[in-house]
Design a protein around this ligand. Structure first.
Ligand SMILES: NC(=O)CC[C@H](N)C(=O)O
Length: 380
């Protein structure tokens, strides 16, 4: 335990939910005040990947795994340049991290990046509360002089909601960059960055794809300027109902019939481009143990999820869309939420979950091969 860890842990902290429920604990990470949407993740490993996933921008993540930080923080696993969660909630932080790759403690890393957290609370009770009442706004306040509960509650209720939030531009690259193919280059892909995780271009590069990562504001002209064999739309934070610009770019791609693949936010954008609606789930899917069925093969995959919204498409019928027939290709076996879409008359598909998942599971990595097959098909 470092001196600073003891310092943060000595400070009292309180978590205040917008419905008035409070949890008192100790500080963790940076000392201060933060707000966001309270969500829970059931992953027992991969906390670095969770923290650095830009899709978590403006969310306060509650870890259901009781002991967090055991393997410290390394320099290899981040999915982006910084921690994006707006707050972090753990029950029992590791006192002494231990792993051959560990460079520093999670507590030190959170503090260095100014991320306010809370520890020592009953995360099981908090998770059950969120599961029953739904994801909601939350504040974490830490320090020796905390305001009255009434004042804290007012501040939580003044924080912005996730519904209606348009956040991609806040997290995406401002400049285009290129991730080179590993080995022989076979294809060029234009990847629209709505909050992309580093592992996604890597999984494509492993398959001989040179990936041009474009800002969220990229136009269809920008996409076609790289002369792509395929176009990719990434994961990202916020409410897909606000993503009008990427929806219009995707429609241009569908119109031209270029092979298209979308992950998570990208799946929601494909849903909208086809004319389906999106809606907010009560408490979302977050973790690395979600069962999904690929309805084309019947195979069940264990998959990584991080989504609070979903596509509203009919499960048991083929839909007629402006781009031909479309169907729900994947479904979550816990709650029948749409987890994937595919077009039957054009080379386009998407999934709501994370086939790139670095912390595992890797059951869904075949989807990158499916994207490669679409691009091969276009050449043949
Ligand atoms: N990981 C993602 O791309 C999340 C998509 C969207 N922000 C949601 O919460 O559903």
């Amino acid at each position: 335990m470092t001196t600073s860890t003891r310092g943060a842990a000595r400070v009292p902290a309180v978590l205040v939910l917008e419905d008035g429920r409070t949890f008192r604990g100790r500080g963790y990470g940076a000392v201060g005040v933060t707000f966001g949407e309270a969500v829970f993740s059931t992953g027992m490993t991969g906390y670095q990947e969770t923290l650095t996933d830009p899709s978590y921008h403006r969310q306060v993540v509650v870890m259901t795994a009781p002991h967090v930080g055991n393997t410290g923080v390394n320099d290899e696993d981040p999915e982006s340049k910084k921690i994006w969660v707006s707050g972090y909630v753990v029950r029992d932080p590791a006192r002494v991290p231990s792993n051959w790759r560990s460079r520093r403690s999670l507590d030190d890393e959170l503090r260095a990046q100014g991320v306010v957290g809370i520890s020592g609370i009953d995360t099981r009770a908090l998770t059950r509360h969120l599961r029953e009442r739904g994801a909601m706004r939350v504040g974490i306040f830490s320090g020796n002089a905390l305001p009255d509960e009434g004042i804290m509650l007012t501040e939580v209720r003044e924080a912005p909601e996730m519904k209606g939030a348009n956040l991609s531009a806040e997290v995406a690259t401002k400049e285009t960059y290129v991730v080179p193919a590993i080995g022989t280059k076979r294809f060029t892909v234009a990847a629209v960055d709505l909050g992309i995780k580093g592992m996604t271009p890597h999984r494509m590069a492993e398959r001989g794809i040179e990936v041009h990562v474009l800002p969220a504001t990229a136009t269809a002209e920008d996409v076609y300027a790289v002369n792509p064999d395929g176009v990719f739309f990434s994961n990202g934070p916020g409410d897909p109902a606000t993503a009008d610009h990427p929806v219009s770019v995707m429609r241009a791609v569908l119109e031209r019939g270029t092979p298209l693949f979308g992950i998570c936010f990208g799946n929601q954008i494909l849903g909208r481009a086809l004319g389906f609606g999106t809606y907010k789930l009560k408490y979302g899917h977050r973790g690395i143990n979600q069962p999904v069925q690929d309805r084309t093969t019947g195979k069940v995959e264990v998959t990584a999820h991080n989504h609070g919204f979903a596509v509203d498409a009919p499960l048991d019928q083929v839909s007629e869309t402006p781009y031909g027939r479309a169907e729900v290709s994947h479904v979550c076996l816990n709650d029948n939420v749409v987890e994937g879409l595919q077009l039957l008359d054009r080379p386009a598909f998407s999934v709501q979950y994370h086939p790139e998942a670095a912390a595992g599971p890797h059951d869904a990595a075949y989807l990158f091969d499916r994207f490669v097959s679409l691009m091969e098909g276009q050449r043949a």
